[in-house]
Design a protein around this ligand. Sequence first.
Ligand SMILES: [Zn+2]
Length: 400
Amino acid sequence: MSTFRANYFDGRSSRAHEVEVRRLNAGRIHIGGDGIDRIEQVSALRISPPLARIARTIEFADGARLLVSHHDLLDRWFPSGDRLQRLVDRLERHAHAVAASIVVCLVMGFVTFVWGVPWLSDRIAAQVPERVETALGEEVLGQLDRFFGFAASKVERLRQDELSTRFAGLVAGLADAGHYRLAFRDAPGVGPNALAVPGGTVVVTDQLVELLDDDREFDAVIAHELGHQQHRHALRQTLRSSFVLVIAALFTGDVSSASGIVIAVPAFLLQSHYSRGFEEEADAFAFSTLAAHATSPAWFAAAMRKLDDHYGETGEEDDGPAYLSSHPRSVARIAAAEAAGEAFIAAHPELVRETPGYDPCTGEGNCPDDDEDFDEAEDADEVPEAGSCDRAAIERKKGF
Ligand SMILES: [Zn+2]
């Protein structure tokens, strides 16, 4: 059968004419019925692309048109030259293909959020001018003071100067050394903590200064925070977390909605987690920076342990406030710091005495009462009383 029925509109009135369309030879069709009788070359007609089973329109050069319900003859009479369109048409007619496309969309949505959002956030972060990031950092510092109980430091001026000198030594080798600043804050409600605020400022609390009694531990924490600064982690993580707000601001031009981001930063720095990748990046930066300053990366492990002890870690990351919630305890991270420390000593054996917990008793066999082999205690993080070689002390360390 080579005919189908259609509704014909003459292009001048809205009246529909019921017609029969018949294929003639020489590439022509005949439209006849209800007072209509015309013959046209198929090649002179334009047909709307197929879309599932929606009716299609055939347009004539004089403005007339045919409205045709889905009919297989149409595909034969008007073969599409567009392969993609033919493929799409075929897919749209198959339930399995539709179901598969839904799955593909869901997978793409997942991929977008897992990889696409971080990628795009990083591209946006790279475009944020330094002065904007600095302004954001100042706003964050102000909010820490106003809303999170941060206050002027009570650490003695002389001690602040000592630590500032160490900070300056650590940043001296960096390309943008002038970009970084150390700020002290008293934060009894927050506890020992260090924060890398957008714009280059590293905030340390008085409580952290008090907790870390060896300045090399302070160096280790600072080096880690500088790692966050170097990679602009605060800005990047905030953009990732606030991506919906950012997108909304971009599309609507409504900057006020983006102000929510500024409010989110201090809370994020204190309560949320950096991604594991960011922490590992900051750790790696800390290890190499410490090594470059003739300091064993094992001091980072020592600092982490002190923080763990202070907060009485329960093993549940969300329980601990402050430093441990923003820097969740990780046995793997401490182990990585100690492995980096061992590599450092292998490369600089002359600095072995400068490693945390170095004990001449186990390290050099300088133990008056030594009658046992304590080699296993090499990774100890506390210094036993000189010459004591106390097995109980060693076991305590190993028990961590
Ligand atoms: Zn961190």
